[in-house]
Ligand binder design. Structure first.
Ligand code: FPP
Length: 237
């Protein structure tokens, strides 16, 4: 099944987990069932990323724009986030996974903030795969927050470089994504990691997120391994 080049595994993969609602609709189920199945898919992808020696995965679970959804869907997603952090804790600790939450915490319900904090604290010294869960995350919001904090910290204008900005983002100290995968058929970035995805390879696939599993991740990495990354340089072949 594998046939991957072990020397060219992307270190950091970002996922826009889209298509949960349509997955449910096709089965004549309420949207919630799609999100629940999406959580199971996240479990499979974390496991697969760990098996395949990916260093970091960052997943877009709830955007700053997702508050516009129906109140009961928002509540369901918040409860699902709590359920994820509580139910997966022991297994993630055992797998040596380090978990971080990226996003503006203050607007999230207290129970989500608390569950995320517990997960982060219990996994902070882990040295295996890093899983970043984006909740109430927006790329523009992240950059705005960085600029405000740079000013608050009194960094002199002449000292501000691209590295300064990077250091003030949630991803401070982490390499940028090598690969961005968006499931669900749409071909847009939807305010996700605007700064960090500058040189990522993009894959847009029609597969719905709840259908994703290890075989899917292997296919994504195979496609990545077929790409030539030039980072603005010329093709030397
Ligand atoms: C987009 O699908 C998906 C979301 C807004 C939620 C993503 C959430 C999960 C995968 C659940 C697991 C994770 C946690 C930690 C909460 P959509 O609803 O926009 O699908 P559609 O475009 O088909 O309607």
């Amino acid at each position: 099944m594998n046939e991957l080049d072990p020397n060219n595994i992307p270190k950091h993969i970002a996922f826009i987990m889209d298509g949960n609602g349509r997955w449910a609709k096709k089965r004549h189920l309420p949207r919630k069932f799609g999100h629940k199945a999406g959580m199971d898919a996240l479990h499979r992808i974390v496991e697969a990323a760990d098996d395949l020696d990916v260093d970091i995965i960052t997943v877009y679970a709830f955007s700053t724009e997702n508050w516009k959804r129906a109140e009961d869907e928002v509540d369901f997603l918040m409860n699902l986030a709590v359920e994820y952090f509580i139910k997966e804790l022991d297994e993630l600790v055992e797998k040596n996974v380090k978990v971080k939450m990226f996003g503006e915490r203050d607007r999230l319900p207290e129970k989500v903030q608390q569950a995320a904090k517990t997960m982060e604290e219990k996994t902070q010294n882990n040295t295996g795969l890093q899983l970043n869960v984006c909740l109430n995350y927006g790329g523009r919001d992240e950059v705005t927050r960085a600029v405000k904090n740079i000013i608050k910290d009194g960094i002199p204008v002449e000292d501000i470089t691209e590295e300064t900005i990077s250091d003030y983002l949630y991803t401070s100290g982490l390499p940028d994504p090598d690969l961005l995968v968006r499931t669900g058929g749409e071909q847009r970035l939807s305010n996700f990691m605007l700064w960090q995805n500058s040189y990522a390879e993009f894959i847009f696939t029609d597969t719905w997120w709840p259908d994703c599993d290890k075989a899917f991740l292997v296919d994504m990495i195979k496609e990545y391994q077929g790409r030539q990354r030039r980072f603005g340089n010329v093709n030397e072949d």
